[in-house]
Design a protein around this ligand. Structure first.
Ligand code: SF4
Length: 327
């Protein structure tokens, strides 16, 4: 398993030291950073903006203790609590995603992983129905750490993209989650890839990590050859351990997007959670800073922007949505 550290080599057109320095860019240096990242992002812009969405298919009572999450059993939030939605409700959510023209639609379940055979069976039936219906979005799944056999069944049933965020750098992860390790997450990703899934894995910024740790994570995502990377920015949720954590500014979020673009020139960078809170006023700028996609609609437990509004924003930026199916 590849490990990153101070001696790791940055995979993109900038080095580690420069990346760390540019995360703090302001004024003219920040403008130059976005212009440079924008040039690297040109190829992605030609393909169009990738739009993804999710359904919170099973919510709350998660035994993990991720410090940012409203759904952890250790948080004191009013996040909804329910078991896996019915097959028909999941299909309806997919049907809505299809009508909204999403490029990727993810079924997201809280919890350590799928522990009951009936959950796996239901998800398999839903993916088969999506396929039979001819839906043109990529069929995503985010369900924690899965067993090899379940992954294989879900892939055979038509699951395509496995989402599992590393969340933060290995060196910071124990400050965020103590019920599993960073390497548990890496193993989950590698197992899903072995089962034939494409991997979607990214970060949540603003949890108290340093700029060096932001670069550390980017380098490891590059080493793992992850090509679809969600960039989330913390919206502190009352009742979670990080409820008072609030050190992100819009300029910092844009710097992170731009530096990730320079470190990971080939990857799809999707701006996801925290966009309404941190980037609403600089919405189109995410693309000139290097993003190639975004999540639209509501997030798991917080509201987002309507797909029609996001499409208008894409147009204002002089871009178009990516064609479907997109690969
Ligand atoms: S594993 Fe997922 S649902 Fe559970 S606490 Fe962590 S982020 Fe929340």
């Amino acid at each position: 398993m590849a490990k990153s550290g101070p001696t790791a080599k940055a995979p993109g057109p900038i080095g580690v030291a420069e990346a760390e320095r540019l995360l703090g860019a302001t004024g003219k240096e920040a403008v130059e950073l976005y212009a440079r990242a924008g040039r690297v992002a040109k190829g992605h812009a030609r393909r169009g903006v990738h739009l993804c969405g999710v359904v919170n298919a099973k919510s709350g009572r998660c035994p993990e203790d991720c410090a940012f999450c409203a759904q952890s059993a250790r948080s004191k939030t009013d996040a909804p609590v329910y078991s896996l939605m019915s097959e028909d409700d999941l299909f309806r959510a997919g049907d809505r995603a299809e009508r909204e023209g999403l490029n990727c639609f993810g079924i997201v379940l809280s919890g350590r992983g799928l522990r009951s055979r009936s959950e796996v069976d239901r998800l398999c039936r839903v993916y088969r129905r999506f396929e039979r219906a001819g839906f043109r979005f990529r069929r995503g799944l985010s369900a924690g750490i899965l067993r090899r056999g379940d992954l294989k069944r879900l892939r055979d049933a038509g699951g395509q993209s496995f989402h599992h965020n590393l969340e933060t750098a290995r060196s910071f992860y124990p400050s965020i989650c103590t019920t599993r390790t960073y390497d548990d997450n890496v193993a989950a990703i590698l197992l899903a890839r072995e089962a034939g899934f494409e991997i979607c894995s990214g970060a949540l910024f603003g949890m108290g990590e340093s700029d060096a740790q932001r670069v550390e994570l980017a380098i490891h995502l590059g080493e793992l050859a992850v090509v679809s990377i969600p960039l989330n920015f913390l919206s502190p949720i009352p009742g979670t351990p990080l409820e008072r954590q609030n050190d992100l500014k819009p300029e910092k979020c844009l710097n992170i997007i731009a530096v990730y673009r320079l470190l990971l020139p080939e990857a799809d960078l999707h701006v996801c959670g925290g966009r309404p809170r941190h980037l609403a006023k600089s919405s189109e700028t995410i693309f000139s800073a290097g993003a190639s996609g975004m999540m639209t609609g509501n997030y798991l437990t917080t509201p987002g922007f309507a797909p029609a509004d996001d499409r208008r924003m894409i147009k204002r930026a002089g871009l178009a949505q990516r064609a479907r199916p997109d690969r």
